[in-house]
Design a protein around this ligand. Structure first.
Ligand SMILES: [Zn+2]
Ligand SMILES: [Zn+2]
Length: 180
């Protein structure tokens, strides 16, 4: 059963998953990353999810695609990173974290996650998957030269001026810091 939804919803009730599964396609998943996040999503994220009940568990196959906007740690310019990933979860009803660990050990080739037995929080799952794709280091390209700490030149585009400025006028660096 396929449902094309115009609006995104954060949760799906397990009761709403038919015997042969539920396929949801989202053209626009809003609010996956909050304002405080270190990066943002350009335009909107698209996603797809297939939910299938297996015994008491729910198997979830999903995909999410988005264009991230990150800020380079070296040159401070914004750059894009494309994300297009598939993921698979087994959602197990229950509360205990210990139980979750044991199950995860037994099935370590996939994500095992708990749900409350009634609702699948698909918004959180999409969000989790996107956060996993954000690298620790944000570098616009491997050979980004960054910004000179001395003269502030963007070394990708211009030459460092430290040496010439110092040669021309030994006080130029000092002068820049003082109000004129
Ligand atoms: Zn850079
Ligand atoms: Zn410099």
């Amino acid at each position: 059963m396929t449902k094309d939804l115009k609006g995104f919803r954060n949760t799906v009730s397990v009761e709403d998953i038919p015997e042969d599964g539920l396929h949801l396609i989202f053209e626009d998943i809003p609010g996956l990353l909050s304002e405080t996040e270190e990066c943002r999503i350009q335009d909107t994220a698209k996603g797809e999810i297939f939910l299938h009940r297996v015994d008491g568990d729910v198997h979830l196959n999903g995909k999410v695609a988005a264009l991230l906007v990150l800020k380079c740690d070296r040159c401070l310019e914004e750059y894009n990173q494309e994300i297009d990933i598939s993921f698979f979860y087994i959602l197990v009803p229950g509360q205990s974290v210990e139980g979750k660990k044991e199950i995860a050990l037994g099935k370590n080739d996939m994500e095992v996650s708990l749900y409350d037995g009634a609702e699948i929080r698909i918004g959180e799952i999409f969000r989790e998957q996107i956060l996993l794709q954000i690298p620790m280091r944000h570098i616009c390209r491997e050979d980004c030269k960054g910004i000179c700490p001395g003269c502030g030149a963007d070394l990708n585009r211009e030459e460092c001026r430290c040496r010439t400025e110092t040669l021309n006028n030994p006080f130029s660096v000092l002068k820049k810091r003082l109000p004129t």
